[in-house]
Design a protein around this ligand. Structure first.
Ligand code: FES
Ligand SMILES: [Fe+2]
Length: 350
């Protein structure tokens, strides 16, 4: 099941270096990503039209992507402008041309426009604007520390997307990590959806069973920052959970002045394989010395989710509600599936 006519975040911007191509995959289609000297990222077929070598293992020089096999050289618009073995003839075949996907960068990710046409000649596709994902700190904001990581799950990316807006699993799946402080009842205070996005806000009152000195949970982590002036109260945090089609989730947890956000691109590598590319933002403990702890926490709760999400049947979400019994506390799942049914009726979800 694929959503067409949509932007997908497929790689970290940091992966696409200035002088070296890299690869990415979307719905089984392998791409080569490379960066021009003015900073633009190009997403092109990862197959050289000469004899099929992988272009992502080639090189980049003087604003050209160069195949490592026989040195064919391609411009940013996909046209080949040099075939070293043929220079004497002067003419270049028309088919020496790479097809591409429209490509942009935003929020630390490389995004590509995925339509039924697939890879096309540059200029042939007409993408919509990128989704307005946020709020998030701007790049280089010294008030935040940012970390990146990734993990592959054997699950359909829409199942994974659902899992990131599914709050009521926290006390059970995450009982060994941040879920230790979550109450069993997590009905959203507010929820809404648009044509491309699903949102809910949840108050997470402090669980009376939970003690701040227990050494687990988000609050205990916040307490590590002894230099901070923070009013102690029994009020808990607020969680904002939002999804954007095709494949982005943002979970923001706000405890007064302390904020922690997790922005994740759930990249559909193949029908039952999702690569989760995550960016963690924290407004406290900004020293790099705390990165190991932060990474360990994200890895741990991701592994907790993975164990459960990989067991879900059917592999794709039950959009017509024949098998699942969804209730009011599943509001974001209900809203997401409604949105996906609308896409399906327009022929955009196949
Ligand atoms: S296969 Fe790429 S130049 Fe020959
Ligand atoms: Fe989870």
């Amino acid at each position: 099941m694929q959503l067409f006519n949509s932007w997908y975040a497929i790689a970290f911007s940091s992966e696409v270096e200035q002088n070296k191509p890299t690869s990415a995959v979307i719905h089984g289609q392998r791409l080569a990503l490379w960066r021009t000297s003015n900073g633009d990222v190009i997403a092109t077929q990862d197959r050289c039209p000469h004899k099929g070598a992988s272009l992502s293992s080639g090189t980049v020089d003087c604003d050209r992507l160069i195949c490592g096999y026989h040195g064919w050289r391609f411009k940013a618009d996909g046209h080949c402008d040099l075939i070293p073995a043929q220079t004497s003839t002067g003419s270049l075949p028309r088919r020496a041309q790479l097809h591409q996907l429209p490509c942009q960068e935003s929020q630390g990710f490389v995004w590509v426009w995925w339509s039924k046409e697939g890879l096309t000649l540059p200029g042939d596709a007409e993408p919509s604007p990128l989704p307005d994902v946020g709020p998030l700190p701007t790049a280089g904001d010294s008030g935040w520390r940012v970390l990146e990581g990734q993990v592959d799950w054997k699950a359909h990316y829409l199942r994974v997307l659902e899992a990131f807006s599914d709050l009521t699993h926290a006390p059970f799946v995450h009982s060994g990590s941040f879920g230790a402080m979550a109450p069993d009842q997590l009905l959203p205070e507010e929820h809404w959806s648009t044509e491309e996005s699903v949102y809910e806000r949840v108050l997470a009152p402090r669980d009376k069973k939970y003690r701040a000195d227990q050494g687990r949970g988000l609050r205990s982590w916040f307490n590590l920052d002894s230099s901070a002036k923070r009013e102690e109260s029994d009020d808990g945090g607020v969680q904002h959970i939002q999804l954007w089609l095709a494949n982005i989730s943002l979970v923001r947890v706000v405890f007064g002045d302390f904020q922690i956000s997790l922005l994740t691109a759930h990249v559909p590598i193949a029908e039952g394989l999702t690569r989760n590319l995550w960016r963690h933002y924290r407004s406290f403990l900004k020293t790099p010395l705390a990165d190991g702890n932060a990474r360990g926490r994200v890895d741990r709760f991701m592994a907790e989710d993975q164990r459960m999400v990989e067991t879900l049947v059917p592999v794709t979400p039950d959009l017509d509600g024949r098998g699942d019994l969804l209730l009011g506390s599943d509001v974001s799942t209900i809203n997401l599936r409604k949105l996906l049914r609308e896409k399906r009726s327009k022929g955009q979800l196949v």
